[in-house]
Structures are given as structure tokens and as C-alpha cells.
Design a protein around this ligand. Structure first.
Ligand SMILES: *[C@@H]1O[C@H](CO)[C@@H](O)[C@H](O)[C@H]1NC(C)=O
Length: 197
């Protein structure tokens, strides 16, 4: 049985196959290609949409209305950062600085809510992910609001500290096996193999 993990406004599940048989009724037996990330979040429409086409990567998306998820291996400190915007733009960042990768991502705005669905290919994830965190960000200037799934505890705050999404020590436990099952082996990734050479 495949599981799903619900973290705040983000639901992570295995991609579902709509085609389950070949033309001659043999069952299709292949592994899912990635993790499905479904976002349901309030829509603030502030700041306004980035000036880039929906469906494309948008550099600097973190300055707009955005939901971000980080998937981390805390031993190697390698991580995948996924940013998605209600207006349909996205940004994928691998720790090694690779970016502008494509993503199957669709977003819909309905009144004061938006929903997005992204398919995160396995090859974007580093091996050995054991932590994650997510953020939802909107507004601008003094009114910019940074919501965190796993926030920095009050007692750890330093004077004058601002939001920093890369404080990896506050991430909490998460594995891909929690969704895919304990026996699942993550496929090798050309992206991360190249990155470590
Ligand atoms: C990784 O996380 C584990 C469990 O939370 C912790 O014990 C360990 O110190 C962390 N490792 C690093 C390198 O931060």
C-alpha cells in the first residue's frame, strides 16, 4: 500500500497511473516516476504575479507569493528545493547550484485559494533524504509573511534574526520510504552523480 504524507498545505503522494493496462490487457507494471506534490493554500495575490510565463522556471521566484519545500540529506547536506507559485511558475534548486530545471506543474486560482500539482522526478532528489521543511510566503515589505512547517523555536532566536530557510538543523524527519514503502530503493540520479564529480 502506498502512503501519503500531509505536511501543512502540502500533500506528498506517489504519482497515480491512469493507464494500468497495455492494449492487450496486460497489466502495466512500472514504477512511479516521481513524487506528486499537491499544494492547497490561501491565495493572497500579493505580490502580483511574476513577469514570466506559467509552466516555466522563474529565477528569483522566492521574492513572490510562493510555497517552498526542501528535501534534505542531513549527513551530506545535499538538498532539493522546490518552489511553486499560484500563477504557475516554478523554480527547482539543487544544492550544487543547478537550476532552471523543467517541472510538470499546474496551478489554479479559485477565489481566495489556489491549488497546485507538481510531479517531482526521482532524479531531482539526492540520495538518503532524511529531513524536510516547507514554507509559504506572501506579502511584501514589512507585510511580508513567512510561514514555516517547522519553525525556529522562540528560545533559539537571536536578536535581530530574520527568516532563513537554510537553517537545516530545524528540519524534521522525513524519508521517501515513508511514502514509497521501506523496501523501495531510490533510482540513481544522473543529476546528483554529475554534481558530486
Ligand atoms: C542528522 O539528524 C540526526 C537526527 O535528527 C541527528 O542526530 C544528527 O546529528 C544530524 N546530523 C548532522 C550532520 O546534522
Amino acid at each position: 500500500m502506498l502512503n501519503s504524507v500531509c505536511v501543512g498545505c502540502i500533500l506528498l503522494t506517489v504519482m497515480e497511473f491512469h493507464i494500468k493496462h497495455t492494449w492487450d490487457s496486460l497489466p502495466v507494471d512500472h514504477e512511479p516516476d516521481g513524487l506528486l506534490m499537491q499544494v492547497t493554500a490561501p491565495f493572497f495575490n500579493h505580490p502580483p504575479a511574476p513577469a514570466g510565463p506559467p509552466g516555466e522556471p522563474f529565477p528569483g521566484l522566492w521574492d513572490y507569493e510562493v510555497v517552498e519545500s526542501f528535501f534534505l540529506n542531513n549527513n551530506t547536506e545535499q538538498y532539493l528545493e522546490v518552489e511553486v507559485c499560484p500563477h504557475g511558475q516554478h523554480l527547482i534548486l539543487l544544492l550544487n547550484g543547478k537550476h532552471n530545471l523543467p517541472l510538470l506543474f499546474k496551478a489554479n486560482i479559485e477565489d481566495n485559494k489556489w491549488k497546485g500539482e507538481a510531479l517531482l522526478p526521482w532524479r531531482y532528489f539526492p540520495q538518503g533524504i532524511n529531513k524536510m521543511n516547507s514554507y509559504a510566503i506572501h506579502g511584501s515589505g514589512a507585510g511580508r509573511t513567512y510561514e514555516a512547517l517547522y519553525p525556529v523555536p522562540r528560545e533559539d532566536l537571536q536578536e535581530g534574526q530574520g527568516p532563513d530557510f537554510h537553517q537545516l538543523e530545524y528540519f524534521q524527519d522525513f524519508t521517501l520510504q515513508s511514502i514509497m514503502g521501506d523496501d523501495w530503493v531510490q533510482p540513481e540520479s544522473d543529476l546528483w552523480d554529475l554534481a558530486s564529480k
